[in-house]
Design a protein around this ligand. Structure first.
Ligand code: BQF
Length: 279
């Protein structure tokens, strides 16, 4: 039986630590405010935004919601971002992705001031990550590092394989694992002999955006398996990129979906929000 890595519990621990820190900050007259910007009403995005504003409320972070219609132009969104950049009462800016197809995501990300970039997507923060300077970390990879550390899984010298090369998960995940002295390989859709590669992994991070893509054949006996996927099946049930029932007997530790990486993404967003006001 594999150890179940409980993201719900670990994220609750982190949120409790942050709640106490925010309480102390309030006594010193310091408050935190997050601007949450959503364009359109994609149902999944609505759930994610609600998770984020709820977490803010729990921790004592103020949140201001900006719900814009699907028809919002890029110029209108840019104007809002610039206004939030200038507003000293706003500490962090979160623009929920994906944006509608007529808006250039990269342009918007580049516009958010790096000091308010709590998603850690701005190229300045990406550069800081790769050079080892202090900055905002991409929430999902940062959450995965916390999951592993707080589960007492050592990273130093371990062979880590990341499946997926996105700017949001795969690439920053590689940087963070390197920082922990792991040996890192990124596999992607063009990788040859994929299973041979993934079977070498002591720690396999799966972010391929394909439901139940990874089966036992991809896994070395005793590997740690981290599932970043988030899909809804025919019965509206959540599942990941990993076929959990098939892989679990082969793994030494594994994250469930839901209750694995997802809650950690939210916890690390909260961490970044608090970081905006730390000394
Ligand atoms: C859980 C996200 C894909 C694309 C854009 C808790 C979340 C999810 C699951 C959540 C995600 C996924 C978020 C659980 C935010 C994670 O209990 O398992 C929380 O809210 N997430 C997002 O903002 O954008 C996404 C996945």
């Amino acid at each position: 039986m594999a150890q179940l890595i409980d993201g719900k519990k670990i994220s609750a621990d982190i949120k409790e630590e942050l709640r106490l820190e925010v309480e102390t900050l309030k006594e010193k007259g310091v408050s935190v405010c997050l601007a949450v910007v959503q364009v359109g009403e994609d149902p999944a995005s609505c759930v994610y935004v609600r998770n984020k504003t709820r977490a803010c409320a729990y921790i004592g972070i103020e949140s201001k919601s900006y719900e814009l219609p699907e028809s919002t132009t890029e110029e209108e969104l840019e104007e809002l971002i610039e206004q939030l950049n200038q507003d000293p009462s706003i500490n962090g800016i979160l623009v929920q992705l994906p944006l509608p197809a007529h808006i250039d995501e990269d342009r918007i990300i580049n516009l958010i001031h790096p000091s308010k970039d709590v998603d850690g997507f701005h190229p300045i923060n990406v550069g800081r990550l790769w050079t080892g300077e202090d900055g905002f970390l991409s929430c999902t990879p940062a959450g995965i590092i916390q999951l592993l550390k707080r589960s007492h899984i050592t990273l130093e010298g371990k062979e880590c394989v990341i499946m997926g090369r996105s700017n949001i998960v795969g690439k920053p995940m590689a940087a963070l694992l390197l920082r922990e002295n792991a040996t890192v390989t990124i596999a992607h859709s063009k990788t040859e002999n994929l299973k041979e590669l993934t079977k070498r992994a002591d720690i396999l991070i799966v972010a391929v955006r394909k439901p139940k893509f990874v089966t036992a054949e991809y896994i070395k006996e005793g590997a740690v398996v981290i599932d970043v996927g988030m899909h809804r099946n025919e019965n509206n049930k959540l599942c990941g990129d990993v076929d959990f029932a098939d892989v679990e007997p082969q793994a030494s530790a594994i994250t469930p979906v839901p209750g694995g990486v997802g809650p950690m993404t939210i916890a690390m967003l909260m961490e970044n929000c608090v970081k905006t006001v730390r000394e």
